[in-house]
Write a protein that binds this ligand. Structure first.
Ligand code: FMN
Length: 209
């Protein structure tokens, strides 16, 4: 499917049919998600992939019992770092050095620039900043899922502290920012399956100067 056709095909599915996504499709969606850009390239979040049915059942109440959590095939939780310190920046520099084959010392200015930009953020501000980066990854997942003809429902309708508890995110220095369920639409039972897509009209949405 062409990209625009795929984006018109996708919608936020309310009722999924329990069919499992093939592993290669899930891998492709995750790889596209990994390729999302982030500020400085720091990627201040982790992507938690929950396919296990028992864990999804435990998550469902934290998602206000939204059915897609269990009727889908996977729940992806985009979990923001709860603090961003020089340690994480140093780890990122080590990754660049290794993956680009450059001496880590050659990255000192870059590291200093990142640390200087982030040092005045409170932990709360750092988490909000990290969550913004995570939302870009969510966007990439949504587009990639559509390209793979896999249905996806983005979700903010959950209690972050409850999701964090089920997944043990606090211990990992993470907190849930936004989520996505992946699966296949239950066309016979989803009231939105044939609903016309509503978006603000171009004249209001796109302001040309
Ligand atoms: C960040 C975000 C959070 C959302 N949270 C939920 C949610 O918790 N449950 C749900 O069913 N839909 C959720 N939606 C789906 C939106 O309602 C939907 O994307 C929007 O109405 C546009 O419709 P479409 O995606 O079907 O084109 C969310 C969408 C976004 C982008």
């Amino acid at each position: 499917m062409k990209l625009l056709d795929a984006l018109k095909w996708r919608y936020a599915v309310k009722k999924m049919n329990g069919t499992k996504i093939p592993a290669d499709k899930l891998d492709n969606i995750l790889e596209a998600t990994r390729l999302a850009p982030s500020a400085f390239g720091l990627t201040p979040y982790s992507i938690i992939v929950v396919e296990d049915e028992e864990t999804r059942k435990k998550l469902q109440p934290a998602f206000y019992n939204q059915s897609q959590v269990v009727d889908g095939s996977a729940v992806i939780v985009f979990a923001a770092w709860t603090s961003v310190t020089e340690k994480e920046v140093a780890e990122y520099m080590a990754d660049i050095a290794e993956q680009r084959g450059v001496p880590v010392e050659s990255l000192n200015d870059f590291a200093g620039y990142i640390n200087g930009s982030l040092k005045n953020l409170t932990p709360e501000q750092a988490t909000v900043w990290a969550a913004k980066q995570a939302y870009i990854a969510l966007g990439f997942s949504l587009v990639a899922a559509a390209a793979e003809e896999v249905d996806a429902t983005p979700m903010e309708g959950f209690v972050p502290s409850a999701v964090d508890e089920v997944l043990g995110l606090k211990e990992l220095g993470l907190t849930s920012a936004v989520a996505l369920t992946l699966g296949y639409r239950d066309a016979a039972n989803d009231y939105l399956v044939n609903a016309k897509k509503v978006r603000r009209v171009n004249e209001k949405l796109i302001i040309k100067k």
